[in-house]
Ligand binder design. Structure first.
Ligand code: CP3
Length: 343
């Protein structure tokens, strides 16, 4: 029987106090994170420096005692390991070499080439599995193929994922090749994280909401089902959290269709709706609006209590609906935790 609170929730146990962690908990809202990032030089150097990446992963655990730590890395390291160029423009976000033709695709490597680049990430996991407090669960992660493909195809973040939708419409065979190599690479990447000591893995499909109808089945559900089935075959005891962000009605049945142990919810669905439509099938995670970490006050307390109450009848991991933002006040994070734990 699993003892850690997060593992108990993922095994389907309803707990009086839900375990809690927070997306982007190691991030720019924390002064100690900013200091360590400066020491590393920049964000990517931090991702590939196992000692410092482990240090920033541990910072929010020391400060707040969250129930889980999430490996410090980024979903765009996998495309880089497959051969894409990757850099971050300060104040703007990620940039990558684009994929618009078969010639661009031909420059990429295969799933067997990724570990050389990603080895420091596995080292970070190994350090963390030694250094984390015994009650803290270590979560590994990867981006889902569709979300990663939207960045790889466009070469940057886009408001509507237009370039990826366009490639899907205009050159389906090439688009499918991109999805396939990302699916294969994600399986190998997560498998290595688990072998290094990740106890849970989370699949981030941040742009799942822009896939409609059959596209959602083919490019969100199917890859999640395939990745989950293969990881379960290799590592049957490692729980998996799926996060098809902004899936809306498509959250219904997502857990059953893909086999993930927990469905992470964004804040566009109400907790009451999600309790009766999603949590009926198993564990859910979420879903406080990140903006409460900026504004704080009684609204934060009331909304946190309402979410805990709505999900109190089943397995629940408390989290935000998306990552905490750099302008958040660290004291509001403490207020959220105190409200979850003390009512
Ligand atoms: O949650 C965690 O604390 C774990 C680490 C983590 C990061 N990114 C660190 C990061 C995780 C799980 C991610 C996931 C990620 N990365 C996603 C999916 C989740 C989501 O937020 O929707 C996406 C789309 C990315 C790609 C990415 N990385 C973008 C678009 C950006 C720039 C955004 C910005 O706010 O500047 C990043 C950078 C990034 N990844 C930062 C962190 C802490 C900030 C970089 C910095 O320190 O300068």
């Amino acid at each position: 029987m699993a003892q850690k609170t997060i593992l108990r929730a993922l095994a389907g146990e309803t707990q009086d106090v839900p375990p809690i962690w927070m997306m982007r908990q190691a991030g720019r809202y924390l002064p100690e994170y900013r200091a360590t990032r400066a020491e590393a030089g920049d964000f990517l150097k931090l991702c590939y420096n196992p000692e410092l990446a482990a240090e920033v992963t541990l910072q929010p655990i020391r400060r707040y005692g969250f129930d889980a730590a999430i490996l410090f890395a980024d979903i765009l390291l996998l495309p880089q390991a497959l051969g894409a160029d990757l850099w971050f423009v300060t104040g703007e976000g990620p940039r990558l070499s684009t994929i618009t033709s078969d010639a661009d695709f031909a420059k990429l490597g295969t799933k067997d080439d990724i570990h050389k680049t990603l080895n420091p990430v596995y080292e970070t996991v190994k350090i963390l599995s030694k250094e984390l407090p015994k009650e803290t669960t270590l979560i590994g992660f990867a981006g889902m193929p569709w979300t990663v493909a939207t960045y790889m195809i466009a070469g940057r973040g886009t408001p509507d994922q237009g370039p990826a939708h366009a490639l899907k419409a205009e050159n389906r065979p090439l688009f499918d090749k991109v999805m396939d190599i990302l699916t294969e690479g994600t399986i190998e990447y997560l498998s290595m994280q688990i072998e290094a000591g990740a106890e849970v893995v989370k699949l981030f499909d941040s742009w799942a909401g822009s896939l409609k109808g059959e596209d959602f089945d083919r490019y969100a559900l199917e890859p999640a089902q395939k990745i989950t089935a293969e990881l379960k075959a290799r590592h049957p005891n490692t729980p998996i959290i799926g996060f098809p962000r902004e899936a809306g009605e498509r959250y219904i049945g997502f857990g059953k269709a893909t086999g993930v142990d927990c469905v992470a919810l964004d804040n566009s669905v109400s907790p009451e709706w999600a309790a009766s439509n999603v949590q009926v099938d198993g564990c859910v995670q979420g879903n406080l609006k990140s903006s409460h970490m900026v504004t704080g006050g009684q609204d934060l307390v009331n909304e946190t209590r309402a979410i805990v109450k709505a999900f109190s009848g089943g397995p629940h991991i408390f989290n935000l609906g998306h990552g905490i933002t750099p302008d958040a006040d660290p004291e509001n994070v403490q207020l959220m935790i105190d409200t979850v734990r003390n009512g």
